[in-house]
Design a protein around this ligand. Structure first.
Ligand code: DC
Length: 233
């Protein structure tokens, strides 16, 4: 990393499947920062709930989860094959499992629980204490790091996001229909932006990026430019 550059916190928030994770991961790799996927942390808690019978249909057994939350250990470890971090739940690599439809379908109500958010936000603040992180999520620029030096809010139309999500799932060999994925994208948008606890909203000082019609390379160039502007040339 360039010594003359300021070490900063980069907060990337936005809608699900807006492509922000790809952007955030690539940026972190390009500038030698640590990438932290906070959505993966909410997904890992959801997987824990599924595996431990903490769902009753769509309802969560909140008392049982409240008791368990202190025992849920989430960490990230680099995967030498992909060059990106994998998510671990209590020591087990769950990267694949947390990306499936079952977890995607159940994660929003888990992420709406105040005690879950408080536990994960504290962990995220600890992970970013030394700066030099690119953190992606929904509330990074508003709640986790309101003083982040660079805040980006990424969005794209629901249709564009559903297409991208479908392609991602297909690439992983997970079967789903466009209608099902679009419905999931819309449902998650609604829950994420109307929940009482830290609803998804743009920080007043965030830069907005609508990437509906941008290529990954175009987004990356824009993002690097913002980084250099804030961290120094
Ligand atoms: O980014 P993602 O699709 O992996 O996020 C999964 C879910 O977690 C999504 O419903 C939004 C929620 N989430 C959140 O509430 N706060 C965050 N910082 C990150 C994700």
């Amino acid at each position: 990393m360039d010594e003359k550059k300021k070490r900063i916190v980069i907060a990337i928030d936005g809608h699900s499947s807006s492509g922000k994770s790809t952007m955030a991961k690539d940026l972190a790799r390009a500038i030698g920062y640590t990438y932290i996927d906070t959505g993966a942390m909410y997904r890992a808690v959801t997987l824990y709930c599924l595996r431990n019978g903490l769902f009753d249909g769509d309802n969560i057994r909140t008392d049982a989860l409240r008791e368990a939350i202190g025992k849920i250990e989430i960490s990230f470890r680099p995967n030498p094959r992909t060059g990106r971090p994998d998510t671990y739940l209590n020591g087990e690599n769950v990267e694949q499992e947390i990306r499936g439809m079952e977890v995607a379908d159940k994660v929003s109500p888990v992420a709406a629980l105040g005690f879950v958010r408080r536990a994960l936000v504290a962990k995220q603040q600890e992970m970013g204490r030394e700066k030099g992180v690119v953190m992606d999520g929904r509330d990074i620029g508003t709640v986790v790091f309101p003083d982040a030096e660079l805040k980006i809010f990424v969005t794209a139309s629901p249709e564009v996001r559903a297409r991208r999500r479908l392609e991602e799932l297909e690439a992983k060999g997970i079967a789903a229909s466009y209608e099902e994925v679009l419905a999931n994208v819309r449902k998650r948008d609604h829950i994420d932006s109307t929940r009482a606890e830290s609803p998804l909203r743009q920080a007043d000082d965030a830069l907005v990026l609508d990437n509906s019609h941008l290529s990954i390379a175009e987004q990356q160039a824009w993002l690097l430019e913002q980084y250099h502007r804030v961290a120094g040339q």
